[in-house]
Design a protein around this ligand. Sequence first.
Ligand code: NAG
Ligand code: NAG
Length: 247
Amino acid sequence: MACSWPPYCLPLLTLHLLLSNSLVFSDPQDPARLLKFRTSLTNIKLLSNWNLDIPPCVGASPNWNGMICNKDGSVFGLQLENMGLSGTIDIDTLAEVTSIRTLSFTNNSFEGTMPNVLKIGPLHGIFLSYNKFSGEVGDDAFKGMDSLRKIGLGNNNLTGKIPASVRELPFLVDLQLQNNQFEGKIPDLEQKDLKVNFANNRLVGSIPKGLRNQDPSSFAGNNLCGKPLRSCKKKLNKRWAFNFKSH
Ligand SMILES: *[C@@H]1O[C@H](CO)[C@@H](O)[C@H](O)[C@H]1NC(C)=O
Ligand SMILES: *[C@@H]1O[C@H](CO)[C@@H](O)[C@H](O)[C@H]1NC(C)=O
């Protein structure tokens, strides 16, 4: 036997470790899961190279369109942008691909309510801008997604309040909600290094202290006041000044 003498055993052991490592990180069922996910999409011309003959990733190199790959050959994310896709985003099936950390469906033709991304708890980024999503985003939409850093929901037709759960995301750095129909007050966001864009919604009231240093254009096209926009107290001040004069 090749392994009966120590020097020959070592390479075999190394090979074994390498193989078992790649099995740990890249689940052999993932390609089938991704194909199942594809069945609920429509207009999938640009995903025609997804098939079981080649793996989605070989090391860090993607074989299938729209894959972002980890060095170990597992799928880090889907970047399905500008593809004219519509249909349903089957989050339950994507959640079974446990290596996924980022999802982008930017600039497609998806409609209906926002998919329930909460089912993929460890996501770092979710990008759904430039679609036709509508309806309310529930307060708990992002609850407990402690790794979430970037949320892109801009340029859809979303309504209701900004989901309160964005307040509790400790590492949030980018929140893009512009060009929707979000209404009500802006939640008290206090994350350090956060950049927001809330332009062109139906938001009202004063801008929370934690967002004073944002670019004013991020709040344009709403009914907001306070830094970095004009002061909220103008009317009150005028009346006070008037009272003061008349005394
Ligand atoms: C959106 O995607 C379409 C293709 O479906 C492309 O023609 C268009 O330029 C894209 N728009 C942006 C803003 O990238
Ligand atoms: C957005 O939704 C409203 C109703 O909530 C609808 O009247 C409007 O046409 C929609 N706009 C787009 C661009 O889909």
